[in-house]
Design a protein around this ligand. Structure first.
Ligand code: AMP
Ligand code: MG
Length: 346
């Protein structure tokens, strides 16, 4: 992947005057405008404005990598891996970080009626979309793992900080929520260091830190789900600090017969969710919540997803449907800029 291209496109997504400021600083090499590293299976970019101290980047990335070492399904020996290996055998004591994220994941599983389910691990492994060996499993294979996918079989003990998966073969996958948590933690470090303004972008999970200097709302480009990263369909103006998008374009596999299979799985069927959505962006203050909700709402689809978002305070959403309509919750200020799509206001 071309990192320079990505740097430009990611910066372009936050359409603030500060992006220009960052670019000019980059040219004069007076400060490091942003730093990119690969972690949490994605490209992580931190941009600190008006800040000359590079050490904070190290602090942020070592925190992100610490979170990865605890929460990754793919790192052998991670705390998550230990929980999964002990499925059906014993409870595992975990860090406060991981416990908090699993607790929140269970909350969203319940709230979404199981559309979001952190026990999708066996299905994610079976399909391996975005991994080295993606394939379409047989119905028998799917049927064999479906009984293992059930968030109600996660036992949490807050006092002992332990997690127990009650059935052998169960596996947690926090891929739909951990990046959001890492974003919140990065933002906390940035605030503590009193950096006036920053943008955290963890593979499309974005978080703005600090007030915009001119007091106007943030202007953020919403990704065109039918094109590559960097093309946007419109601009949202928002005071919410986190915007997280789940879209079928993020990871998918094209089978020999040309069928596209994406990475957002309907836990009840074991197949990629056919919810009628191409993408959904969630806007709210806490990135971990935005992340869990983006996945939940994508799987639920427009009607049920919108009802869920509207039942929550301080959460807004932008839906991009397969029929190329764009729909919004009531509190969104969105301007469509791509005439291949149609904005529908109910
Ligand atoms: P996101 O990009 O935040 O929507 O997260 C997508 C990732 O979450 C996938 O790559 C899977 O690892 C995992 N995942 C897929 N389907 C679900 C689901 N229904 N509930 C929870 N996690 C899921
Ligand atoms: Mg998510």
């Amino acid at each position: 992947m071309n990192l320079r291209f990505l740097l430009v496109t990611v910066l372009a997504l936050f359409l603030t005057g500060c992006s220009r400021q960052a670019a000019s600083r980059s040219e004069s090499s007076q400060t490091i405008p942003s730093q990119i590293e690969f972690a949490l299976s994605t490209i992580c970019q931190i941009t600190l404005y008006d800040w000359g101290e590079p050490r904070i980047y190290q602090d942020i990335f070592s925190r992100i990598k610490e979170i990865e070492s605890r929460m990754s399904l793919y790192l052998e020996g991670s705390e998550l891996d230990q929980i999964n290996r002990a499925a059906g055998i014993e409870a595992v004591r975990v860090s406060a970080d991981l416990f908090e994220v699993i607790e929140r994941a269970v909350h969203y599983a319940e709230l979404s009626g199981g559309a979001f389910d952190p026990t999708v691990g066996p299905l994610v492994t079976l399909w391996d979309i975005g991994g080295d060996n993606p394939r379409v499993p047989t119905q028998e294979e799917i049927d064999a793992v479906l009984p293992l996918v059930n968030w109600r079989n996660i036992e949490l003990n807050r006092e002992n900080q332990t997690v127990f998966l009650t059935q052998p073969g169960m596996a947690l996958d926090l891929g739909a929520i951990a990046k959001g948590y890492a974003g919140d933690e990065a933002a906390a470090i940035i605030k503590k260091a009193r950096v006036p303004q920053a943008i955290v972008n963890l593979g499309g999970n974005t978080l703005a830190v600090g007030e915009k200097l001119d007091g106007t709302p943030w202007r953020v480009g919403i990704q065109n789900p039918l094109e590559g990263r960097g093309a946007y369909i419109g601009i949202v103006q928002t005071d919410e600090i986190s915007i997280v998008t789940s879209g079928l374009y993020e990871r998918y596999y094209v089978a020999d017969d040309g069928t596209h299979y994406h990475h957002l799985i309907l836990p009840s069927s074991g197949y990629p969710a056919q919810s009628g959505l191409l993408a959904v962006s969630i806007l709210t203050d806490i990135s971990m919540d935005a992340d869990a909700l983006s996945t939940a709402v994508f799987v639920l689809g427009f009607d049920e997803g919108r009802a869920l978002v509207e039942s929550l305070d301080g959460v807004e959403a932008i839906f991009v449907l397969e029929d190329r309509t764009v729909r919004l919750t009531d509190g969104i200020n969105f301007t469509l800029t791509d005439d291949h799509f149609t904005l529908v206001i109910d």
